[in-house]
Design a protein around this ligand. Structure first.
Ligand code: NAD
Length: 418
């Protein structure tokens, strides 16, 4: 897998693993087995565009380990997608699932495409072709996909339809994050963002910060929007929001409903007149109590980690903080980090609920789903904080080591075949 190390996200995931493996003293014989992805599939996807022209896209799926159950992870449509990044995201999914005690390994998929440049018909053809190419490698007991950046409920509905057509009957458990009308779970769409809001609010209470704490969110997609709305419901003041086109900032607080209407009308945050225009880089270093990166990975870097002015860094995105930035944050104990594999785990936890409901064809009420979700998040955050205090380690190392240790234990007890 050394060729993947040229990808910064994969290198970052491997460096994190190596540091935790040293901390945990993982035996050599188990290290490489636990670190290396089990399967990596790359397919070419020739798609007929509406113009009649045929264009070929690269599609990837990485399944990190199959030790504890099927693999689970999102499918991303973004122009910067490459195999190394997908492999890193699959590794982080493994530790995230293990940390929350879910019976899954991690996986991730991606297609290098800018979905905004394509019609719904083109995206449907792409999704169906991708699913069809992946059929030998996926299944409700093998690998279950979900939405991620650039994909949504509709993408999952097309995937489920394509898979079910091949099998001969409806198989809702092949994907999670699909519409409720075809076997999706109540609450799944909001789960990641609401989970982020729940954990950030718990941290606000723990640090005894004011109820109307200032919040800044980078990314106003699925996760960022529900995180912002959720925190506003808890009483916080959302002062800054940005997306790929730039941001808007108002220290008195933004009118989120007016901003949402603006985004629906224009497709982005930029141009909203409820605050000052501000770039993504500037946004991250504005003073606030809670900073939520909810878009891309590697946005908190050695360049800005010393300058961010928050008390809580709630990592809604996957891998938003580089290893170098992490070293700087460790010298800034005033910043309470909620590491990504804990912070955004609400999504995969409710995906797990959706999968269980689909397998049983027995569906739960929304209150039951959020009660269960918040109980798991509460318990997991307590465990991470306890581990961090016990060994005097930062929250990320505590969360990663809990997740990695569970996977290592599973591999050790199952033994090595043949
Ligand atoms: P999304 O596609 O719904 O939204 C992404 C947002 O990020 C958009 O507002 C987009 O404009 C913005 N963005 C893209 N590039 C940017 C850039 N360079 N600078 C600033 N903003 C940029 O995606 P999402 O589902 O909300 O996912 C966001 C993050 O959360 C990703 O890192 C994803 O892996 C992670 N995540 C998502 C889920 C989920 O359930 N959707 C679960 C766990 C983690």
């Amino acid at each position: 897998m050394n060729h993947l190390l040229s990808n910064p996200a994969f290198k970052m995931a491997c460096d994190q693993f190596d540091a935790v493996a040293n901390f945990l003293n993982i035996p050599e014989a188990l290290r490489e087995r636990t670190k290396q992805p089990k399967r990596m599939v790359t397919v070419s996807l020739p798609i007929r565009l509406d113009s009649g022209e045929v264009k070929v896209f690269a599609g990837h799926r990485v399944q990190h380990h199959l030790t504890l159950g099927p693999t689970k992870g999102g499918l991303r449509y973004h122009p910067a997608v490459e195999l190394g990044e997908v492999a890193a995201l699959a590794m982080w999914m493994s530790w995230k699932c293990a940390l929350a005690d879910l019976p899954y390994g991690g996986a991730k998929g991606g297609v290098a495409i800018d979905p905004k440049q394509h019609s719904q018909a083109e995206l449907e053809r792409l999704t169906r072709r991708y699913t069809s190419e992946m059929i030998p490698f996926i299944g409700p007991q093998t690998d279950v996909m979900a939405p991620d950046m650039g994909t949504n409920e509709q993408t999952m509905a097309w995937m489920m339809d394509t898979y079910s057509y091949q099998i001969g009957h409806a198989v809702p458990s092949i994907v999670t994050g699909k519409p409720v009308s075809i076997g999706g779970s109540l609450g799944r769409k909001e789960a990641t963002g609401r989970g982020v809001a729940f954990l950030a609010d718990r941290a606000i209470d723990l640090l005894k910060l004011p109820d109307d704490s200032r919040v800044i969110v980078q990314g106003f997609g699925n996760v960022g929007s529900y995180a912002a709305l959720g925190l506003a419901k808890y009483g916080a003041r959302v002062c800054g929001i940005s997306d790929v086109g730039g941001g808007v900032y108002n220290p008195k607080g933004l009118d989120l409903h007016a901003l949402q209407a603006h985004v629906e009308r224009t497709g982005g945050v930029s141009g909203f007149d409820g605050g000052d225009r501000i770039s993504n880089e500037e946004m991250l270093v504005q003073p606030c109590e809670v900073l939520i990166p909810a878009a891309m990975d590697q946005v908190i870097t050695a360049r800005n980690a010393g300058k961010i002015q928050c008390r809580i860094l709630a990592e809604a995105a996957n891998g938003p903080t580089t290893v170098e930035a992490d070293a700087i944050l460790r010298q800034r104990p005033e910043i309470f980090v909620i590491p990504d594999i804990l912070c955004n785990s609400g999504g995969v936890i409710v995906s797990y609920f959706e999968w269980v409901q689909d397998l049983q064809s027995f569906f739960w009420a929304e209150t039951e789903i959020f009660d269960k979700l918040y109980r798991i998040l509460d318990r997991t955050m307590d465990t991470v904080l306890k581990e961090s205090r016990k060994h005097n380690i930062d929250h990320r190392t505590a969360a990663l080591s809990l997740g990695i240790q569970k996977v290592v234990n599973g591999k050790a007890i199952r033994g090595l075949f043949p």
